[in-house]
Design a protein around this ligand. Structure first.
Ligand code: ZLV
Ligand code: CA
Ligand code: ZN
Length: 393
């Protein structure tokens, strides 16, 4: 209907599991797995599935999860019930040990399945990229960048990104991880802090006092010991409220352009958290779908094998808009997609307010004052370039 055809000799693979979307974190919790259903519905309405290879994501096995996560943690995650074990049985110590059952990382029905499906999608994506069966593999159900080896954190229990990058490292010498979620990608940074085979770069709102997780300062660049191979291989771009498409795009292209020149990655893992969009329930930035997607377009132009992960995103209709647009960019059909939300989109009521306006030209959110002085933006690029001089060519 919209003339979307399969690009010759270029493969995009799309990895999802419809079972994942049925899980609930709880009524008031901002993470809504059904945003994945909404996104897929919009992607389907534009006919994009015809132009890519679609796979139902497997559930990752215990052994696969154990490539990064500890057995203690996985065993506990696999046995906890929605109702935490009564305190008089284990004294609540396991929940405390693993940061489970609090308000950020609640225990819910089917939690272990939810986690293994998210990881399964990202692992399938990584394998397709390794086998050269995919040029860009998409796992919108992944991107859970805060999870630690032995601890849940910030709505994330299993770090599917770390598992996928470990897989990529079996076939590529160097992987660049980029994170455009509004939060710092602390879990991925930590996992690869001591290696020079992965460079991590997160763009995020930074406020050590009042914005989660509080890490990711400009001068956090990996181990301070020069003899540690991971030194200088963590790049952080701390930002303030209200950053615009223009500033963010300029920063992104300069920072990522410089990194690619120096680090020469053989593959890219890009976390596309949509909470950096304007109007996000938890976010603070002023990015539009265009500006967010520009980051994906810039990475695609580098011509390296790539995985796109989801991540945060707490205003579901905007998450669907962004990930639909970015799927179109991956396919190279962004010039062709009709900007009006198709009439037959299921879930159409979720695009209320603006339903007759163009999807992608829609201005999201009330503009917030921009608290990012141009001088600071220049300072950031300068600092990054100084760090990169230490990186072995
Ligand atoms: O988007 O949470 O601020 C990837 C991602 O990056 C906190 N959590 C921690 C520190 C103390 N707690 C507060 C506890 C909050 C409990 C529930 C909310 C409930 C309603 C509305 C907002 C929140 C909330 N929680 C906002 N920010 C938090 C952060 C975690 C953010 C995780 C981002 C995950 C998927
Ligand atoms: Ca980030
Ligand atoms: Zn986030």
């Amino acid at each position: 209907e919209y003339g979307i055809v399969r690009p010759k000799g270029y493969n995009v693979t799309f990895h999802t599991n419809p079972e994942m979307e049925k899980h609930h974190f709880g009524q008031t919790h901002p993470m809504k797995p059904w945003r994945l259903t909404l996104s897929k519905s919009l992607i389907m309405s534009y006919g994009m599935p015809y132009a890519m290879n679609n796979y139902i994501a497997r559930t990752a096995t215990y052994e696969e999860l154990n490539d990064y996560h500890s057995q203690d943690y996985l065993d506990y995650l696999g046995t906890v019930l929605p109702e935490p074990v009564p305190r008089d049985v284990d004294g609540g110590t396991n929940e405390m040990r693993f940061n489970l059952g609090g308000s950020d990382c609640p225990l819910f029905e089917g939690l272990y399945d939810y986690c293994s499906m998210s990881a399964g999608g990202s692992l399938d994506a990584a394998r397709k990229v390794c086998n050269k069966e995919s040029d860009i593999a998409i796992s919108w159900g992944g991107g859970l960048h805060h999870a630690k080896k032995m601890e849940a954190s910030g709505f994330c229990y299993i770090n599917d990104i770390v598992l996928a990058i470990l897989q990529l490292l079996r076939c590529y010498p160097r992987v660049l991880y980029i994170d455009i979620d509004v939060h710092h990608g602390d879990g991925v940074e930590e996992a690869f802090y001591s290696t020079d085979r992965v460079m991590t770069c997160s763009f995020h709102k930074y406020d050590p006092v009042s914005f989660f997780p509080g890490t990711g300062a400009l001068d956090d660049n990996g181990p301070k010991n020069e003899y540690n191979p991971g030194a200088h291989h963590a790049i952080n771009v701390p930002l303030n409220d209200g950053i615009t498409d223009e500033q963010y795009g300029w920063l992104f292209e300069n920072v990522i352009g410089s990194i690619v020149e120096r680090f020469r990655p053989s593959a890219i893992a890009l976390q596309c958290g949509a909470d950096s969009l304007a109007g996000d329930r938890l976010g603070r930035f002023n990015l539009q779908v265009q500006g967010h997607g520009q980051c994906v377009a810039f990475c695609k132009k580098l011509g390296l094998p790539m995985i796109l992960f989801g991540g945060g995103g707490y205003t579901p209709r905007n998450v669907a808009r962004a990930w639909t647009w970015e799927t179109a960019i991956a396919l190279g059909v962004d010039k062709k997609i009709n900007p009006v939300i198709p009439q037959h989109t299921p879930w159409r009521e979720h695009f209320r307010q603006e339903e007759l306006l163009p999807t992608l030209e829609q201005i999201l959110g009330d503009p917030k004052p921009n608290k990012n002085p141009q001088k600071r933006i220049l300072e950031i690029v300068q600092h990054v370039q100084e760090q990169l001089r230490f990186v072995q060519h």
